[in-house]
Design a protein around this ligand. Structure first.
Ligand SMILES: [Mg+2]
Length: 174
């Protein structure tokens, strides 16, 4: 696993991008030319566990698909913002509405439109296959590539740092 000097025990809120983060950068396309999304099941486990352990989760994505909304609201995401063109404005409002400080907030993004929002988070995270500019900005680059366990890797590290990973019987159920 990748290492960061950031104190992960302070993280209480995490924002995820969809394409290139929770779903891979390369995905199948439907016959009418619409990119499909993919979901990583091990991410799913860690995401719902993180919610149960009190971490606030949000999605800020330029994409707008019903499948994404259904999948991630079912996993307990508190806030799902789709079809967002100005991610930094959305991030600013979300942090304000939830009284989140910079240092307790993480943002996971993979491409140039994520960069202004990433700069607003205490912990900027990039998948291994993120754009080079984004990786330069990130203080944590995951071993996993986008769509292949980025959320699992990050949330496992955060929950471990907080003593909340494999800490009770409830971790064996969804
Ligand atoms: Mg992306």
């Amino acid at each position: 696993m990748s290492k960061t000097s950031y104190d992960l025990s302070t993280i209480n809120a995490v924002v995820f991008d969809i394409d290139g983060v929770l779903s891979p950068s390369t995905v199948p396309m439907s016959t009418d030319g619409v990119p499909m999304r993919m979901a990583n099941i091990k991410d799913g486990y860690a995401l719902q566990l993180a919610v149960r352990k009190g971490i606030r989760l949000a999605i800020i994505s330029g994409a707008a698909t019903e499948a994404v909304e259904k999948r991630y609201s079912a996993l307990g995401f508190h806030d799902i913002y789709l079809g967002i063109s100005d991610k930094a404005a959305c991030m600013r409002q979300w942090m304000e509405d939830n009284n989140l400080t910079v240092s307790e907030t993480a943002y996971v993004g993979d491409d140039i439109p994520d960069m202004p929002a990433m700069r607003m988070a205490g912990l900027a995270v990039a998948p291994a296959d993120a754009a080079i500019e984004v990786k330069r900005l990130a203080s944590y680059i995951t071993v996993a590539e986008g769509g292949h366990g980025v959320a699992r890797e990050l949330l496992e590290q955060i929950l471990r740092a907080q003593g909340k990973w494999m800490d009770s019987k409830e971790v064996y159920s969804w």
